[in-house]
Write a protein that binds this ligand. Structure first.
Ligand SMILES: [Zn+2]
Ligand SMILES: [Zn+2]
Length: 143
């Protein structure tokens, strides 16, 4: 049987010489239950009863990003948004650099050409992340 995300994360933490705490496990579970985009506050609020500090949520999200479970989606001036990599099909993001809005799109032919390139280079492609930065229609109109 293949390893579940919890086991994988524990292995990652031990490899880094970090403790596998119950809090980190709870944060991972909260992250895995999110299907769309979320920020640290969403995770923190869903764990309000657990008395987890927001700083711990941020630090654990960094670890989860390093471990490949989440990806930072939003790069704009607003605080970072994340998404659970495991729950989603690969897709692209168009990120508005002014308001931080994120528009998702299907990769279609982009995915196919990446796969062709990977095959040519004998590269074991696992995940694809395509992100375009620019202005959404509303912000483009204002500027
Ligand atoms: Zn915008
Ligand atoms: Zn997304």
């Amino acid at each position: 049987m293949s390893q579940g995300p919890l086991e994988q994360f524990e292995k990652f933490l031990r490899h880094r010489g970090r403790n596998v705490t119950e809090t980190r496990r709870k944060i991972l579970r909260a992250v895995l239950s999110h299907r769309g985009h979320f920020d640290a506050t969403d995770i923190w609020e869903s764990l309000r009863r657990e008395r987890v500090s927001i700083a711990t949520v941020y630090r654990t999200l960094d670890l989860l990003e390093e471990a490949g479970f989440v990806r930072k989606v939003r790069l704009g001036k607003a605080h970072a948004h994340y998404e659970n990599v495991l729950a989603r099909e690969d897709h692209g993001h168009l990120v508005c650099r002014s308001c931080g809005r994120v528009i998702e799109f299907e990769l279609g032919r982009i995915r196919a050409s990446l796969e062709r390139a990977a095959t040519k280079e004998e590269f074991a492609l696992e995940k694809v992340h395509i992100q375009g930065i620019g202005l959404c229609p509303e912000c483009a109109q204002k500027s």
